[in-house]
Design a protein around this ligand. Sequence first.
Ligand code: NAP
Length: 251
Amino acid sequence: MSRIALITGASAGIGEACARLFAEQGYNLILLARRTEKLEALAETFRIKYGIEVRTLTADVAKKEDVLQLEGLADDWKKVDVLINNAGLSQGLDPIQEGNTEDWDTMIDTNVKGLLYITRVVSPWMVKRKSGHIINIGSIAGKETYANGNVYCATKHAVDSLNKAMRIDLLPFGVKVTGIHPGAVETEFSEVRFKGDIDRAKKVYEGFEPLHAQDIAEAIWFAVNRPAHVNINDMLIMPTAQANTTHLVKN
Ligand code: NAP
């Protein structure tokens, strides 16, 4: 059987770009997200275009019972070579004293607990085979903190910390762990953050060339394809127009 990648948040943005790239390169895929139709459409395209096998799983990573559906995969599909912990989101951009606690719950449950639930199911499969590579999608928001980014930044700092912790725990089993930390990438991210306010979302990417989802997929592909003795611990990837969370040159 070909190599297998499990990608969470595969229905859009960075996850979808990873799915396309890995499919093109002949990986069999397990695609997970909440939007079934999007996953099914991608799966069908990949099967026809690349002749690969694809399993889709409609699941909310924040719901333990959804994630546990993965245990129902056939044994051959549990031989996951690459896990891309990508599902994540930001909700709102408010000062802490005005923050919406439901938004906080959603971000913490998805970005931190969701990543943990998935890892808890998949990492034992890798440990058993003494082989595998976990890619955790953090953010520049996990390296710095910006005004009104409070809870989103905290969740991504947690991912950064878990990335380091997983590397220690999985070290004896030869399982690689890589953190990928993008700056501004034009995806559905801002549309989700601003709850469907498309005009506000578009403004985030106006006046400069943001990263494209494909740029991040290619960086992940690079990390995954290093020789067995090499692990990329961390990659911080920014648009050329962005130095950090507060310095961005716009035309
Ligand atoms: P996106 O276009 O909005 O895609 C997010 C993906 O995550 C979608 O496929 C979405 O699918 C999935 N998702 C969200 N909540 C989920 C849940 N509870 N359960 C399962 N899947 C869920 O955003 P993106 O920019 O590609 O974001 C991907 C990752 O990159 C996130 O972790 C984000 O924090 C990180 N990141 C993004 C940027 C940026 O500027 N765009 C920068 C740094 C880091 P469904 O809606 O179908 O569930």
